[in-house]
Design a protein around this ligand. Structure first.
Ligand code: R1P
Length: 310
């Protein structure tokens, strides 16, 4: 971003571009699919309507936003990279570019702790977070009484959106597929791909029993990945939020959000998505996720690129 930023509390340019995603109001839709990699975003964007031509912005910090329409309805796909900090940049900065309700679905990959084939898709109803306790004495564990990892309480997905995601996936699944769609599970989001997911590396991570401990302490636990907890957490924290009665920003981009995407929206031309002032109205953030099992932690299988594409 070359333009001068103002306000050290929430840095933005004079034309309201946010610092890390580079977006401004009008460039991101209320309905968002978030993914980890740009190639996945590009694949999803192939499903967008050809007209109006989708908007595309790749930020200096590696976030890619593609905004278009799916069957006439404005949708954005945003690639955010990996980990909770990137999910935090994404949710907070996009929230400042949109007025009105938001619906966010993470389409990600995960490790599977249940006995399903790789390529199966899990729709978590709730998430816990697993964090490395940096106060644990990893070099001298016998001298330490603290646990090496902390497991949080669960936070829930938006039940309606989660149900819609699962229904849509079941409808789209080929009848002869070996893979399955699994709902009503719990996911654990870890702060490392390695230590806090129980993988053994050359570091002294003291995590040999972690997966066993996770499975016994978290009923319904089925998957491990790195972002979904923070998405659910921020959406739950937002609750039903009253926007300021008088907005200091110009009219922002918004379309009404309902979990049903097949609804017609009016056509627009000047901005990527239409504008409407909703200052003073209550807003919600609905969040859900669908995660494909790339690594089976029970069979040690790892998915290949052809299976992912299929
Ligand atoms: C690790 O390989 C990454 O893959 C998973 C994890 O959460 C982590 O981000 O998700 P994505 O495939 O969505 O990036």
């Amino acid at each position: 971003m070359k333009d001068t930023l103002k306000d050290s509390n929430f840095p933005r340019t004079a034309d309201l571009r946010v610092y890390h995603l580079g977006l401004r109001p009008g460039e991101v839709a209320n309905r968002i699919i978030t993914v980890g990699s740009p190639s996945r975003a590009e694949t999803i964007a192939l499903l967008f309507d050809a007209q109006p031509k989708p908007f595309r912005l790749s930020s200096e910090r590696g976030f890619l936003t593609i905004t278009g329409r799916y069957q006439g309805v404005p949708v954005s796909v945003v690639s955010i990279g990996m980990g909770s900090p990137n999910m935090d940049f994404f949710v907070r900065e996009v929230r400042e570019c949109i007025s009105g309700d938001m619906a966010i679905i993470r389409l990600g990959s995960c490790g599977g702790l249940i006995d399903v084939p790789v390529g199966s898709v899990v729709v978590p109803k709730a998430c816990v977070s697993v964090t490395r306790n940096v106060d644990f004495d990893f070099a001298n564990p016998n001298a330490c009484t603290e646990a090496a990892y902390r497991i949080s309480k669960p936070v829930s997905a938006d039940a309606t959106l989660q149900h819609e995601v699962q229904k849509a996936l079941e409808a789209a699944r080929p009848k002869d597929a070996k893979t399955v769609i699994v709902g009503d599970t719990v996911n654990a989001s870890a702060d490392s791909f390695y230590s806090s997911q129980g993988r053994q590396t050359s570091f002294p991570d003291h995590n040999a029993d972690l997966i066993e401990h996770l499975l016994t302490s978290t009923p319904g636990l089925a998957t491990l990945e790195m972002e979904t907890f923070h998405l659910y957490h921020l959406a739950a924290c937002w609750g039903v939020h009253k926007a300021p009665a008088k907005s200091s920003a110009p009219p922002l981009a918004t379309t009404p959000v309902s979990p049903t995407v097949h609804q017609h929206q009016p056509t627009v031309s000047s901005q990527v998505v239409e504008t409407e002032i909703l200052a003073g109205h209550d807003t919600t953030i609905r969040a859900a996720a669908a995660q494909m099992v790339f690594a089976s932690r029970t069979s040690s299988d790892f998915i290949n690129p052809e299976q992912v594409a299929e």
